[in-house]
Structure formats: structure tokens, C-alpha cells
Design a protein around this ligand. Structure first.
Ligand SMILES: [Ca+2]
Length: 532
């Protein structure tokens, strides 16, 4: 493996407190040797990175979920740390994945929308290989090009499917009978069983669930069938005082869920294409059984029903993830890998579970911006700890490298989270993060915007509309009151604007993709040939 040409500067090394710690750790002879023993407590840890697709922290019980229980995810938090302020810098699938691999914002790594990732660029997995790690990825990739920097990869083409999914590797594809979350877990365990034992490992276990269209397996579907899910207080947000963006979006639970999303069955006698068209329709009335009586739902009764159907299936998909994370944790225990493996659980972004009447993500509002982030590392992270330090997905690559004893390359735009985990957050840690979403009109007519989130406030600029929103996150955590034009807020607005322009400049966002977006697609993937 050739070493990446990225320059490691003295500045980035000294800035990186945990990197310096590892520098000291590896300064003595015997420890350098033990660094390559994966089982050795003195060596570099294994890294198990579990990432789901679209899992909101509101649907994890250790984050205070009002809608479900996730005992296995809670176990990671109980035995390690729950981070409360880790944010996606561009809240959609492909861009977040490109950022996690590169440690760079969308405008720097060239993936602002669902476009193809250039796998020839430097990435954390390549640098981990160079540092002596065995690297592997299983599950959802969704970057349009085949993985680079992995000793082993086996991925879903594009979004993949929930039942009997196809996965493919460098030699071709295989159809696996069963449910995708179980299969990705089985394959991940196989990777760990078959890995070379003389190296530490870095495994990315990437689930498809709970991505739209939220198809649960039968056991979990039954668990949530007919269960009443509490509604968020702002499910019926009327968007007063906000910009045009919320009124123009097409990601409304009441208006934009299709018959396919709602798992309705096409009437008999339709051709395949008629059936597809029927399923893609957003229904304004639905005939269903209510208390044993066939009933046609319209108006508010239909709205209530749509929210319930959406959430029952979404939560059933999450429950399968929770079970399977439990299975992986138990396997680590049984294999004696618990002590020297860093286990991370996150999602590529957050998700709306009816807040502001929405599903999906994209907007910079809290539910979409926030990534769940749980991490366990026995002996290094105190059990049951929490952190409110502002992390971003650009931090993940520097963190992986730090764990491998490598400093952060100077062109990465994040910092290692390791000192935060150890309760030693550097004094100069960021107090604000920069966000930018480009995909306009995109799949849901979500207006392009950029903005800044501080520990107490948020400022959002819809640049194509020249419209602003500003929120006081302390007084108004649900972001219902836009204070941008409030005379009392003008000092705050001015300070936030100053910080926004400062961050935009510091991160070298020169509006590279403000008007023109890449045309190629991350949905197009080399057609996987069947294995012989
Ligand atoms: Ca996603």
C-alpha cells in the first residue's frame, strides 16, 4: 500500500492532543512491538464502526426516546460515552459517507449531492491500511464507485433492498436469503472470525436500515403492528414566522408518503407498470380496517393513521438493528475482543420522526442535523459518561487515525474526538459548526441552505431565496420561533453572521457547488456479475 501524499504538519500534530499521547505511548521500544498485537491492551485498539442509515437519536432510548426502547444501543452508552452534539455537515447519505471517509466537507471532497465518489483521493481506510490495520466494510456503501482502501469489502449495490439482498465484492455478486440487517451482521461476524489475527482491525458495519421504505422483518413488524406511537408536539407545525422553505418542502408525513411507504396493497388485475404507478401515488384517502370495520380514512383521521403507519415500520426496522448490535457485542465478548475494541454506533445523519410534520432529513433543524454517537472503549472511556462538545462527521477520519497512532493530515477538516472521549476536551475545541446542503430541488424540494450552529443558537441562510432563519436553542429547542427579525435578537444575529462568514472562509467554501452540481450519480454502480 502506497503512502498517501498528504502532508502531516507539526501544527496538526501538536494541535491533536490525543495524537501526542499516542506519540508518547509509542516512543518506547516494547510498546512499539505490542502496538501490532490486536489483543494486547497496550497496543492500538481494534475499531468496530457500526453505522445505520437515517437513524434518529429520538428513536434511541438512551437519548430519551418517547417512542421505543433500544437496550443494546443503550448498553454501549452505559459502558461508554453518549455524545449529544455530533452533527452531519451535509445531511444526506452519499455526502455524509464521503465526509466520513475523507475527513473533509462536501465542497472539498467533491461529493455535495448524490454524485460519484472519486475513490482515488486519500481516505482514512487507506491510511489505516498503511498504519498496519486490516480494513473491511460490509453493507451499505452508496458512493457510486467501488470501495478503495479496504482489504475486504462486500457491499449493497446503491441503496440495496431489505429482503433477499444482493451484495457484491470484487469477484461478483451473491443473493443472500433473509433480512438485510441480519445478513450484514452475519457477514460482519464472518469478517471478524476470518480476519488476520496479527493485525488490529477496522471494520465498518454499515446497515441499510432504517432507510425509506422502512420494510421490517416479519417478527419486528408484528411487534409494532397496531401499537400507538406518541406524536411529537410539533407534528402539526403551521410554519408561521418561518421562511418559504418549510412551506415548499415535499417531505411531509401528511402529504408526501406514498402508498408504497404506507405498505398498501395494489388492487388485483393491475399490470406491473400500473401497479408501480399505483404504489408511487400519495393517497388522499385510504380504505382500511378500523376495529374490524372497513373504513375510508380522509382528513385528520388519515393524517393520524399515516403518522402511525410510518412510525410503526420505522421503529420495527430500528428494533432489528438494536437486536443485531446486541448480537455483535455478544460476539465480541465471547471472542475476548471486548477490552481492546473501540465500538462506535452512529448514523449517517439524523431523521425527522414527524417533527415539523416531516420525514426524511436534509434540513439543518436539530432532528436531521444531529447524528447519534455512542462509543465504548473499556479502560479509556469512563462508563456512563456524556459529552456536549460539538463534533462533526469530518472528525471521524481524524479519530480513526488517532486510534491507529497517526496524526491528522493538515488537509482534513476535522479533529480527533479521542481527547473528548477521555474527558480532556482541548481548550480550543470548536464552539460552532458549519453546515451546507445543496440538493435543491432534489427529491423533496428541500431548499438549499447553509448555516452555523453554536452551543446556544442557530442561523440558517437559504441562499437561493435570500431568506434567513435564526433560533434560540436554549429557549426554543424545537425551533418553532424564527427570531431573525426580532429587534431584541439583532446583536445575536450579527454575531452569528460574523461566525458564519468566518467558518465559511476558514473551511475554504468558495461556493464551489453553489450553482452547478455534479451530474453523475451515486445510484449508478457497476452492474454486479453473478458469482459462478
Ligand atoms: Ca442516510
Amino acid at each position: 500500500m502506497k503512502r498517501e501524499p498528504s502532508a502531516i504538519t507539526r501544527r496538526s500534530f501538536t494541535r491533536n492532543a490525543a495524537g501526542a499521547t499516542f506519540g508518547r505511548l509509542f516512543a518506547s521500544g516494547p510498546l512499539i512491538k505490542s502496538a501490532f498485537g490486536a489483543e494486547s491492551p497496550a497496543g492500538r485498539p481494534n475499531i468496530l464502526f457500526i453505522m445505520t442509515d437515517d437513524h434518529a437519536s429520538q428513536a434511541i432510548s438512551c437519548y430519551g426516546s418517547k417512542v421505543n426502547q433500544t437496550p443494546n444501543l443503550d448498553r454501549i452508552a452505559k459502558e461508554g460515552m453518549r455524545m449529544d452534539r455530533v452533527f452531519a455537515t451535509n445531511s444526506i447519505c452519499t455526502p455524509s459517507r464521503a465526509t466520513i471517509l475523507t475527513g473533509k466537507y462536501s465542497h472539498t471532497n467533491g461529493v455535495p449531492v448524490f454524485n460519484r465518489f472519486d475513490g482515488s483521493q486519500p481516505t482514512a481506510p487507506k491510511m489505516l491500511q498503511d498504519a498496519g490495520y486490516y480494513t473491511a466494510i460490509v453493507g451499505k456503501w452508496h458512493l457510486g464507485s467501488d470501495p478503495t482502501g479496504f482489504d475486504y469489502w462486500n457491499i449493497l449495490p446503491g441503496q440495496g433492498v431489505y429482503n433477499d439482498p444482493t451484495l457484491y465484492d470484487k469477484d461478483g455478486s451473491v443473493v443472500y436469503k433473509g433480512y438485510v440487517t441480519d445478513i450484514i451482521t452475519d457477514l460482519s461476524i464472518d469478517v471478524l472470525k476470518n480476519r488476520p489475527k496479527d493485525k488490529p482491525f477496522f471494520l465498518m458495519c454499515h446497515h441499510k436500515a432504517p432507510h425509506r421504505e422502512w420494510t421490517p422483518d416479519e417478527r419486528h413488524r408484528k411487534q409494532f403492528e397496531g401499537k400507538h406511537i406518541p406524536e411529537p408536539s410539533n407534528l402539526r407545525d403551521d410554519y408561521s414566522g418561518r421562511t418559504d422553505a418549510l412551506r415548499e418542502q415535499k417531505q411531509s408525513v401528511f402529504r408526501d408518503l406514498t402508498r408504497r411507504d404506507l405498505k398498501l396493497t395494489p388492487p388485483p388485475g393491475l399490470s406491473r407498470s400500473e401497479s408501480q404507478k399505483w404504489l408511487a401515488t400519495k393517497p388522499t384517502e385510504v380504505e382500511t380496517m378500523v376495529d374490524g370495520v372497513r373504513t375510508t380514512l380522509t382528513g385528520k383521521a388519515l393524517e393520524d393513521w399515516k403518522y402511525q403507519r410510518y412510525m410503526q415500520d420505522y421503529l420495527a426496522c430500528v428494533q432489528s438493528v438494536d437486536d443485531n448490535v446486541g448480537r455483535l457485542l455478544e460476539w465480541l465478548d465471547a471472542a475476548g475482543l471486548r477490552e481492546n475494541t473501540v465500538v462506535i454506533y452512529t448514523s449517517d445523519q439524523g431523521f425527522f420522526l414527524g417533527e415539523h410534520g416531516l420525514f426524511d432529513k436534509r434540513f439543518m433543524y436539530e432532528e436531521s442535523l444531529r447524528m447519534p454517537f455512542l462509543v465504548r472503549w473499556p479502560g479509556a472511556i469512563g462508563p456512563g459518561t456524556t459529552s456536549r462538545a460539538i463534533g462533526i462527521n469530518c472528525d471521524f477520519a481524524p479519530t480513526f487515525l488517532d486510534l491507529a497512532g497517526r496524526s491528522t493530515p493538515s488537509d482534513m477538516q476535522g479533529r480527533s474526538l479521542v481527547p473528548v472521549w477521555k474527558g480532556k476536551t482541548p481548550k480550543d475545541w470548536r464552539r460552532a459548526m458549519y453546515y451546507r446542503y445543496y440538493h435543491d430541488p432534489g427529491d423533496h424540494n428541500t431548499r438549499a441552505h447553509y448555516g452555523v450552529r453554536t452551543e446556544t443558537n442557530k442561523l440558517i441562510y437559504f441562499w437561493k431565496k435570500d431568506q434567513w432563519e435564526c433560533y434560540d436553542l436554549v429557549a426554543d429547542p424545537s425551533e418553532m420561533h424564527n427570531i431573525y427579525d426580532d429587534p431584541k435578537a439583532q446583536k445575536t444575529v450579527a454575531a452569528l453572521k460574523k461566525e458564519l462568514w468566518r467558518l465559511k472562509k476558514e473551511l475554504k467554501d468558495d461556493d464551489q457547488f453553489a450553482n452547478e452540481l455534479p451530474k453523475d450519480s451515486s445510484y449508478v454502480q457497476a452492474p454486479p456479475l453473478k458469482k459462478q
